[in-house]
Design a protein around this ligand. Structure first.
Ligand code: ATP
Ligand code: MG
Length: 255
């Protein structure tokens, strides 16, 4: 297992947001984390990245604990993420946004390269070339020089994934990557995630869009009220009575 969560628990005041959550994430697989609004999905991402510290439990990356590490440390260890609400630098160019992914995730020389003649820095040139290649892969190379804010929403989501990849992570956490995308854009996204998987990338994807989940996921972990209610392949999950109950019992139905 690339990542293991052992009985992770987190409460906020009286709310048990995540309770005794255990699951493992296999290398070069897409693991989907699903469940109704407020089930604790984003909190689990925040516990993996170190944005929040768990009350109990342990997070292991390649068998070594990353519990309690600060976000920049987990990033250096190889965990990167995208956000439910996009967090791009709107006034920076599309290319610069991808480049910050490489710099901010702990590659040395962030401040130095920006203060001292960046064009002459070999490191910067390398990062620029790698970032452009990532933009080509998501079909955004022609927009490299535009401010990120002018991209259509679907392209901004792809840009965030490209930025996450720029740090050459071991694991990417995707928080609702298909939210706000139309059917055609979701399809492009799904194909891209599958391509990344075939190249060996490991992903955890929080997603409400069941079509995307069933199409892309190898393994699905279902949460409700902070607890894992079941886990299995898409076929197993679709047939599971607890899952049907958790979803159809909600006022707000998923998908
Ligand atoms: N920083 C926080 N302070 C207080 N409560 C929080 C905080 N973060 C999350 N919560 C609460 O924890 C619970 C789980 O929230 P979380 O954001 O993890 O849910 P989610 O499964 O990602 O939901 P959604 O599908 O709506 O994004 C909710 O009750 C939420 O209000
Ligand atoms: Mg969430």
């Amino acid at each position: 297992m690339l990542l293991e969560l052992h009985r992770i628990t987190k409460h906020f005041g009286g709310i048990m947001a995540v309770k005794h959550v255990c699951f493992g994430v296999e290398e070069a697989k897409i693991t989907a984390l699903i469940g109704p609004n407020g089930a604790g999905k984003t909190t689990i991402f925040n516990l993996i990245t170190g944005t929040y510290q768990p009350d109990e439990g342990e997070v292991l990356l390649e068998g070594k604990t990353i519990t309690g590490m600060k976000p920049y440390k987990t990033a250096q260890a190889g965990v990167t993420r995208t956000f439910q609400n996009l967090q791009l630098f709107g006034s920076m160019t599309v290319l610069e946004n991808v480049m910050t992914g490489a710099y901010l995730q702990g590659k040395k020389g962030f401040v130095k390269s920006f203060l001292s003649s960046p064009e002459r820095s070999t490191e910067e040139k390398k990062i620029r070339a790698e970032s452009l290649k990532l933009l080509e892969e998501v079909g955004l190379a022609e927009s490299a020089g535009l401010p990120a804010a002018v991209l259509p929403f679907g392209q901004q989501r792809l840009l965030e994934i490209a930025r996450a990849l720029a740090s050459q992570p071991k694991l990417i956490l995707l928080d609702e990557p298909a939210a706000g995308l139309n059917a055609a854009e979701s399809e492009i996204l799904t194909e891209y995630l599958k391509k990344l998987r075939s190249q060996g990338m490991t992903m955890i994807m929080i997603e409400h869009d069941m079509e995307t989940v069933m199409e892309a996921a190898d393994e699905i972990v279902v949460l409700n009220f902070g607890e894992v209610i079941t886990q299995g392949t898409p076929a197993e999950i679709q047939a599971h009575p607890e899952v049907i109950k958790a979803y159809l019992g909600e006022d707000e139905q998923i998908a």
